[in-house]
Design a binder for this molecule. Structure first.
Ligand code: 3PG
Ligand code: MG
Length: 396
């Protein structure tokens, strides 16, 4: 694997700088989804149990190198303390005097949270001087922020090059699950890629056709592939200028032996609103004035059959406009099938990305998947086959 875990570094009596991703959604000063906070609990408890002093480095929002009071991490202290069951102290800067004094005052059994690393312009520039100032606060570094590992920042990459570094429990679990999905998967391997645009997922599609046995394409981007094959899609979302690219991906897939699955029937409507009147039509019969908003039942049956003959599933992006009923039907049905096969021990299922995770929750099956990643952008970059700087820095 090339990276160390918490089992391989000494933390007893040491100040452990832990990079976490607690970039959680908030409304009116309250956390609306604490998933990312809950997920770092095992790492911090592990460090406390071994007699280490956890000092948390984290970003919040995109303050662009300036102190933006609305993006302070201070309001997260009560939620963190509740999740961890120990007192959480706060320092108003992640380096310098305030941080040093707070580290010195830290009592064993307590946790210290440092202010938003992105308040410093050097964070996103991966400034070595900022990384050195952070590193000066502790003796070892643990990265538990897989979901920020696609950023080569001072707190995700720079510090890891200065201090003895290891992966936290969440990072470890993410890397293990992802290795099982794309590194050395049990085959056949199917990927589901949905979402609005081919243009945002081009690299992803090119990487996947070379590595997976089946590729299910859904959502708006399926329309682009249909257009590329001469299918009329009416007023549907489609990137007509991407037709050539879509044909190239289809050709690449054929060459690599990857079966591409596009919709064979679709749900169409006049408008994308809750409860809109809709009908199912074969793919060749989309009315000129209608929009494709979901995959149809024949397509869902084909997707389900593909899941049945596969051993591993990796999923990013919904099959339809899942936020608005009834256009969530295909995504929900396919997610439930994947969950059922996973529960039966027939499928290893891995999902990631904000929309995908929301869709799985909506379908009530997020708990049944083998692994659901907390990452959005990092999960996508990993699926694209890119090296994540935060992970690469742990490989020494
Ligand atoms: C995220 O929520 O995507 C991560 O916390 C990374 O944040 P970023 O996209 O602002 O770099
Ligand atoms: Mg992001």
């Amino acid at each position: 694997m090339g990276w160390k875990t918490l089992d391989e570094i000494e933390v007893r009596g040491r100040v452990v700088l832990v990079r976490v991703d607690i970039n959680v959604p908030m409304e009116a000063g309250r956390v609306t989804d604490a998933t990312r906070i809950e997920k770092i609990v095992p790492t911090i408890k592990d460090i406390l149990a071994k007699g280490g002093k956890p000092v948390l480095l984290a970003h919040f929002g995109r303050p662009k190198g300036q102190v933006v009071p609305e993006m302070s991490l201070a309001p997260l202290v009560p939620e963190l303390s509740r999740a961890l069951g120990v007192p959480v102290q706060f320092a108003e800067d992640c380096i310098g005097g305030p941080a040093k004094r707070a580290v010195q005052a830290l009592v064993p059994g307590e946790v210290l949270l440092l202010e938003n690393t992105r308040f410093h312009p050097g964070e996103e520039k991966n400034d070595p001087a900022l990384a050195a100032s952070m590193a000066a606060l502790g003796e070892v570094y643990v990265n538990d922020a897989f979901s920020a590992a696609h950023r080569a920042h001072a707190s995700t990459e720079g510090v890891a090059r200065i201090l003895p570094a290891a992966a936290g429990r969440l990072m470890q679990a993410e890397l293990k699950a992802l290795e099982a999905a794309l590194g050395s998967p049990q085959r056949p391997l199917v990927a589901v890629v949905g979402g609005a645009k081919v243009s945002t997922k081009l690299e992803l599609l090119s990487n996947l056709v070379a590595r997976v046995d089946h590729l299910v394409i859904g959502g708006g981007m399926a329309n682009t592939f249909l257009v590329a094959q001469g299918v009329e899609v009416g007023r549907s979302l489609a990137e007509r200028e991407m037709a050539e690219t879509a044909r190239a991906i289809i050709a690449q897939a054929a060459e690599k032996g990857c079966a591409i699955h596009l919709p064979v029937d679709v749900v169409v409507a006049q408008e994308l609103v809750e409860g809109a009147e809709s009908k199912v039509v074969p793919i060749a019969a989309c009315p000129a004035d209608a929009m494709i908003l979901d995959a149809g039942p024949k397509t869902v049956a084909e997707v389900e059959h593909t899941f049945e003959i596969c051993r591993t599933l990796i999923w990013n992006g919904p099959l339809g406009a899942f936020e608005i009923a009834p256009f969530d039907a295909a995504t929900t049905a396919a997610a439930q099938k994947a969950a059922e096969l996973t529960r039966a021990g027939k499928l290893v299922s891995i999902a990631g990305g904000g929309d995908t995770v929301a869709a799985l929750h909506k379908a009530g099956v997020a708990e049944d998947f083998t692994y659901v990643s907390t990452a959005g952008g990092a999960f996508l970059e990993w699926m694209e086959g890119k090296e994540l700087p935060g992970v690469a820095a742990l490989m020494r």
